[in-house]
Ligand binder design. Sequence first.
Ligand code: R5P
Length: 263
Amino acid sequence: MIKPVTGHSLMLACDHGYFMGPTRKLENPRKTIEPLLPYADTLAVTRGVLRSSIDPKWDTPILLRVSGGASILKEDLSDEEITTSMKEAARLNVAAVAISIFVGTSHEKQSLINLAKLVDDGYEYGMPVVAITAVGKELEKRDAKYLALACRLAAEIGAQIVKTYYCDNFSKVVNGTPVPLVVAGGPKLNSEVDIFNLVYNALEAGAVGVDMGRNIWQSDNPIATIKAIRALVHENATVKEAIQVFEENKKEDLRRVESTTRV
Ligand code: R5P
């Protein structure tokens, strides 16, 4: 999942349906995912989407979301359990499994014990575990003090990779987490420049990459966006160079829209 040549990773997050349902522009997972896969090092999905919408001939490594049990209809999203067994993850031949933890919520202990059990099972099967420091609807929780705490807990319990949010003073989060960190994108940002700045700053602070969804596939130019993020993640591109890659590849998105609307 982490490319040995660059030590970095671009994970494409498409697991939102497990609690958000048919998220905008991910209504048809296959249609959204297929054109972006050539540019992703890893694809994050649930087993339902993996079995229904991912062609076995596509050989991108899979990060399998294995926690769930809540939906956006509930105020508190933290009441999650493990939804997919390690045996099933091994049967699906995935590269790693992912689980959310909800530090500071009413289900803090439950989610941390879920992580601990998953890590134990993971060692039985040789399966790495990615812990996601989820904040539910409380997006304001995404500050360095909280995220450093949540990431450290995840690493102490044994997660081999931690996925978190970018924040001001992100190096505090990186420095306190003794395993690789990747950042999510969160809800759609206002512009491509904002996305590229987030990725650039996260890498500069020591993240090994991104596990990003909405800011890629909710874009009007998803292919150009993921190619620009790839340049940041794997080619040490600056934000200015990423914008250039984005501009150069916009026509590829246009061509795709034209070919799918042609009758
Ligand atoms: C939540 O559904 C998942 O953990 C997502 O994979 C995560 O939030 C990353 O996606 P986004 O970049 O859209 O926030």
